[in-house]
Ligand binder design. Structure first.
Ligand code: CP3
Length: 333
C-alpha cells in the first residue's frame, strides 16, 4: 500500500509521507520553461503529454510520496462552457455565466471537452516514477467553484455586494456542479487517481450560519460519492474556524488544515488523519527556521496519522533548494 494510504486507511503513525499543494508549478524553473512556451494555461492543461510531464517534474527532484495531477479546479467551469482565461499577474477571469446553456449540457460533451485530463492521469499513474506512490486527483468544492463562476474572478477578500441576491441561480448552480463534479471524480478514479482531494479555498468567506447550505451539505454529497467508489477523500476547507464541526458533518477520510489553524487544537479535537498546516512563507526564510517550524508540526502529530504538506500552495518565489531541505527534514525525522 502507498504511504499516503497507510496513513489514511491504516492510521499508521510511524511514517510521515509528504507531498505539497502546487508542487507542480511556478517555483520550478523547468515548469516555467514549459509555461513560457505555452502561454495559454487551459491549452497546457489539455495537453496530456505536457501536463503529465509537469506532474512528474517535482517527483524527479524530490522524494515526494504523491503526484498531484497538473490541472486546475477551474477546468470544470471550462468544461461547462463558461469561458475561463488565466491573465498574467492577475489570475483567472471567467466569462458570463449562461444558466440556460449550462442546464442543457450533457455529460458526454463535458467529458469530451476535458478528456485530456484523464489521459494525463493515466500516463502519470502508469509511469514507473509513481510506483508505490499515490496519484492524487482533485476537484474544487461546489462552493469555491460557484464563487469563481458568479464572481468571475478571485474574490480576494470578500464577495460582490449582491452575490446571494439570485437564490434560484445559486441553487441551480450547486445542483449542476454536484452532478458534473461526480462525473469528473469518477473519470479521474477510473483513469488511475487513487485519492481525491476536495479544495474549498473560499470556505472562509462564509459566516458560520451559511456553512451548512453552501459548504457542509454539497461537500458531504461529494465525500459520500468518493467513498462509494472505494477511494479515500481528503478535504481542505481553507479559512474555516471550526474544523471539528466540519469533520463531524462532512466526514472526510483525512482533513487538510491551513496555516492559520492551531495544530495543537486540531490534535485535541480531531480524530481522523490530518494533513498540512505549515505556512508556505516559512520556505521563504532560512534553513534553521524551516527546520524549527517543520519539526513543530512533526512533533505535535508524532502519535497521530499525519501527512506532511503546507497550509496552502507553495509560493512561486520559493527556492527549490528550500523544498529539498524540507523534504529531507521530514524524511529524516
Ligand atoms: O497542486 C498542483 O501542483 C496541481 C495543480 C493545481 C493547480 N491549481 C495548477 C495551477 C491545483 C491542485 C490547483 C488548484 C486550484 N486552482 C485552487 C485550489 C487551491 C488553492 O490554491 O486555493 C484554486 C483556487 C485555483 C484557481 C487558480 N488557478 C488561481 C486563483 C490561479 C492563479 C493564481 C495562482 O495561484 O497561480 C490559478 C493558476 C494556476 N493553477 C497555476 C498553476 C500552476 C499558475 C499558472 C501560471 O500562471 O503559470
Amino acid at each position: 500500500m502507498s504511504p499516503l494510504k497507510e496513513v489514511i486507511i491504516n492510521k499508521q503513525t510511524s511514517i510521515n509521507p509528504i507531498w505539497i499543494m502546487r508542487q507542480a508549478g511556478r517555483y520550478l524553473p523547468e515548469f516555467r520553461e514549459i509555461r513560457r512556451q505555452n502561454p495559454d494555461f487551459i491549452k497546457l492543461c489539455l495537453n496530456e503529454n505536457l501536463s503529465s510531464e509537469i506532474t512528474l517534474q517535482p517527483l524527479k527532484r524530490f522524494e515526494f510520496d504523491a503526484a498531484i495531477i497538473f490541472s486546475d479546479i477551474l477546468m470544470v467551469p471550462y468544461g461547462l462552457n463558461q469561458n475561463v482565461e488565466f491573465k498574467k499577474n492577475f489570475g483567472p477571469v471567467l466569462g458570463d455565466l449562461n444558466l440556460e446553456s449550462i442546464s442543457k449540457l450533457d455529460e458526454i460533451d463535458f467529458v469530451k471537452k476535458i478528456y485530456p485530463i484523464y489521459k494525463a492521469i493515466k500516463l502519470v499513474s502508469n509511469n514507473q516514477i509513481t510506483q508505490n506512490k499515490s496519484t492524487i486527483g482533485f476537484v474544487g468544492a461546489p462552493w469555491t467553484l460557484m464563487v469563481y463562476m458568479i464572481n468571475q474572478q478571485s474574490p480576494k477578500l470578500k464577495l460582490k455586494e449582491n452575490f446571494f441576491k439570485d437564490n434560484f441561480l445559486i441553487n441551480r448552480i450547486l445542483i449542476i456542479l454536484e452532478k458534473f463534479l461526480k462525473v469528473h471524480i469518477k473519470n479521474q478514479i477510473e483513469n488511475g487517481a487513487e485519492i481525491i482531494q476536495i479544495f474549498d479555498s473560499w470556505a472562509g468567506l462564509l459566516e458560520e450560519k451559511d456553512l451548512p447550505n453552501y459548504v457542509y451539505i454539497p461537500t458531504l454529497n461529494l465525500v459520500e460519492y468518493v467513498k462509494s467508489l472505494n477511494t479515500p477523500v481528503i478535504c481542505f476547507p481553507k479559512g474555516i474556524k471550526n474544523y471539528k464541526n466540519y469533520c463531524e458533518i462532512v466526514k472526510p477520510d483525512a482533513i487538510c488544515i491551513d496555516y492559520e489553524t492551531d495544530p495543537l487544537r486540531i490534535l485535541k479535537e480531531i480524530k481522523i488523519p490530518v494533513q498540512g498546516g505549515l505556512d508556505p512563507k516559512v520556505l521563504l526564510t532560512d534553513k534553521d527556521n524551516l527546520k524549527k517550524e517543520t519539526k513543530k508540526y512533526l512533533d505535535i502529530f508524532k502519535d497521530h496519522p499525519y501527512i506532511f504538506n503546507l497550509g496552502h500552495g507553495v509560493l512561486p518565489e520559493t527556492d527549490p533548494s528550500m523544498m529539498d531541505c524540507l523534504v529531507k527534514i521530514v524524511k529524516d525525522y
